[in-house]
Design a protein around this ligand. Structure first.
Ligand SMILES: NC(=O)c1ccc[n+]([C@@H]2O[C@H](COP(=O)([O-])OP(=O)(O)OC[C@H]3O[C@@H](n4cnc5c(N)ncnc54)[C@H](OP(=O)(O)O)[C@@H]3O)[C@@H](O)[C@H]2O)c1
Length: 291
């Protein structure tokens, strides 16, 4: 049976906690006594998530941030640092998928910006707090679909052509490349980094901006009891990585649900990880030599 740490006096930040899987993760961490900072764009859903955390016994706070731009990510980090002097659990869970190619105000392809560049920059901005609070954990929500992702580091904004599923799969591969590289760079610091595929959750909000056929298929799947996972069950792997004692020292591992799994072999390509790390640093304007 899984044993969980007592999160009283611990602080967690969960992006994408206004809905879907992240909202359940935030509520459950609150139920273990944590102070949970909920991040998302919807104030109404953010307040509802905070209410759920407090009903579960934790303390909640909402920070409204659209993670599509580097300014917003830096603003979130500033707002967090103003209010909290520790960070024990950082969960990168927010993600989007769009049918058409969209550019952010920074001029970056949006799926890459929200799903990969935001976690990269937010970790950079909050790493001092994580290190000062160690043992601390960084958990990223990836997906088994990372296996079909292709990364061309010279065309990260997909100027040569766009397909929604390819862009999403690539961002989930980027989550894993980032996690494994971060874990290696943080080895021995007391801050761990791991990633998890939560399961296929057709009933979450992830598919709302997908193409009509994908929306139709997921709407049907969501009604079939034997297809996919509920948001409650999908949260299990994330909550375990964020708070279970048995994985406190696990670092640089990919899980599918609660089971260790082999990621795509490209995740172990040091040169690819290094190139993505450097390109990401360049896009968000930080020195790639961190941490
Ligand atoms: N659903 C699945 O089948 C599935 C499968 C594998 C992996 N995953 C992964 O699981 C994670 C959670 O997905 P989900 O299924 O729970 O999706 P969801 O219901 O759409 O939730 C996504 C969350 O991200 C937030 N978000 C989206 N864009 C944002 C932005 N620009 N800035 C800030 N927050 C933003 C949303 O909040 P606001 O709307 O308030 O901004 C929401 O809280 C994602 O990383 C996804 O890739 C999902």
């Amino acid at each position: 049976m899984t044993g969980f740490e007592d999160l009283t006096d611990r602080v967690a930040l969960v992006t994408g906690a206004t809905g879907g899987i992240g909202r359940v993760v935030a509520r459950r961490l609150g139920g273990r006594g944590a102070t949970v900072v909920v991040v998302g764009r919807s104030r109404e859903r953010g307040q509802a998530a905070v209410d759920e955390i407090e009903r579960a016994g934790g303390e909640g706070a909402f920070v409204c941030a659209d993670l599509a731009t580097t300014d917003a990510v830096r603003g979130l980090a500033d707002a967090f640092r103003e209010r909290y002097d520790r960070l024990d659990v950082l969960v990168h869970n927010a993600a989007c998928s769009h049918d058409d190619r969209r550019l952010t105000d920074d001029g970056y392809e949006k799926t890459l910006a929200v799903n990969h560049l935001a976690p990269y920059l937010l970790t950079h901005e909050l790493l001092d707090l994580l290190r000062a609070s160690a043992p601390a954990r960084v958990v990223s929500t990836s997906s088994t679909v990372h296996r079909r992702g292709e990364i061309d580091v010279d065309d990260l904004h997909l100027e040569s052509g766009y397909d929604a599923l390819d862009a999403y799969a690539r961002s989930k591969l980027a989550n894993l490349l980032f996690t494994i590289e971060l874990a290696a760079r943080l080895d021995g610091t007391g801050v761990t980094a791991n990633a998890v595929h939560p399961g296929f959750v057709p009933g979450s909000g992830l598919y709302r901006d997908a193409s009509l056929p994908v929306r139709a298929a997921t709407a049907v799947a969501a009604r079939l009891p034997f297809v996919g996972t509920s948001v409650e069950d999908a949260a299990d792997g994330l909550v375990r990585l964020a708070a279970a004692s048995e994985v406190a020292e696990v670092n640089g591992v990919y899980f599918e649900g609660c089971e260790r799994a082999d990621p795509d072999p490209r995740v172990h390509d040091d040169q690819l990880r290094e190139r993505l790390w450097k390109a990401s640093a360049d896009f968000v304007g930080v020195d790639p030599a961190w941490p």
